[in-house]
Ligand binder design. Structure first.
Ligand code: PEP
Ligand code: MN
Length: 348
């Protein structure tokens, strides 16, 4: 449930509501809506619900108490109707602009990263990606350069001005990755690693959460809820394909999830056609698909010589292919902005 304060409510009245919630053993999360402060009440409410609603509704400065119908609360549009916009360095994610995260699957060397970074920046990328700690299916496959890669990413940020995103695989890596990277990525395999979700919820860096390859949209949002309820409101969702019976593609890209998420949550949504398809030639059409269904951005893997890549060789775009994709995606995004401006999703 959430408490909507009267627009004239005083600071003392807002504090009074929050301390009442704390006294009940629950946690208040507030945000300033267009003209009201709104306070979510989260925790185990159970059978206390009717009594609690009455108690909170009777406090000074309270306009009304409204239930949240979904199991995800802080991430829901019901509680927070306005889009969340995440700002990092000069980039804004979720503000209507197109976010383009591009870079190699794995950082393999300083030269490889710099060459890719310069090229994607020149072609209009807004964020640089690159894996330092790699979750590989085989323990014998390249596992990433680790901290050495983090240093190259920080150098590439200084060189290009682009914020950098990289994956954090376990709680013990959170501090070091947060020290070097601007955005932390949680990979598909870790979407339900709850201790990791809680830990990235405590750092002052935005987090991009990738959808588990076997996760429903609701499980995806509950995972995001772990991060937000741990104190980090800056979460980006990434649809990167789910596992189905299809074998021609690496995963099946769930395009319907994009407008669905837009309706259910205020968090920005990015699509990753590289991991969704696993095939270079399918990346551009699916990037266009993601933009057409209203995604806030795309993440794609780009490598100067993809066939020689140490990971995900088949799905990484060449620098030329990335430029070609951008030439198609940017005008489509401009067109889609006009479509969505007159066709906002109605309230859930
Ligand atoms: C990645 O983006 O580097 C990655 C490993 O993706 P995913 O977790 O979606 O497989
Ligand atoms: Mn990859």
């Amino acid at each position: 449930m959430f408490v909507v304060m009267a627009s004239a409510a005083s600071e003392a009245e807002i504090l009074g509501v929050k301390s009442r919630i704390l006294a009940e053993g629950l946690t208040p999360f507030d945000h300033a809506g267009s003209d009201h402060v709104v306070i979510a009440v989260v925790g185990e409410i159970g059978s206390r619900r009717p009594v609690l609603i009455d108690r909170l509704a009777g406090l000074p400065g309270v306009e009304r108490v409204t239930p949240i119908s979904r199991p995800f609360k802080l991430t829901s549009r019901e509680f927070h109707p306005e889009d969340t916009v995440i700002r990092v360095l000069d980039a804004a994610i979720g503000d209507g602009s197109l976010t383009v995260m591009a870079g190699p699957c794995s950082v393999e060397s300083r030269e490889q990263l710099f060459e890719t970074a310069d090229a994607v920046k020149a072609a209009g990328a807004t964020i640089l990606r690159g894996g330092a700690f790699k979750p590989r299916t085989s323990p014998y496959a390249f596992q990433g350069l680790g901290v050495e890669a983090l240093r190259y990413l920080a150098e590439a940020r200084d060189r290009t001005g682009l914020p950098v995103i990289t994956e954090v695989m376990e709680p013990s890596q959170v501090d070091i990755v947060a020290e070097y990277a601007d955005i932390l990525q949680i990979g598909t395999r870790n979407m339900q690693n709850y201790s990791l979700l809680r830990d990235v919820g405590r750092v002052a860096r935005p987090v991009m959460l990738k959808r588990g390859y076997g996760a429903t949209v609701e499980e995806f949002l509950m995972a995001a809820e772990y991060i937000v309820s741990s104190g980090n409101p800056n979460v980006i969702l990434c649809e990167r394909g789910i596992r189905t019976f299809e074998t021609y593609t690496r995963n099946t890209m769930d395009l319907a999830a994009v407008p669905l998420l837009d309706r259910l949550t205020h968090l920005p949504v990015i699509v990753d056609p590289s991991h969704a398809t696993g095939k270079r030639w399918l990346v551009k059409p699916l990037a266009l698909g993601g933009v057409a269904v209203g995604a806030d951005g795309v993440m794609v893997e780009v490598h100067p010589t993809p066939d020689e890549a140490l990971s995900d060789a088949e799905q990484q775009l060449t620098l030329d292919q990335f430029r070609d994709m951008m030439a198609a995606v940017l005008p489509l995004h401009a067109q889609m902005r006009a479509v969505y401006a007159t066709d906002r999703a109605p309230a859930p």
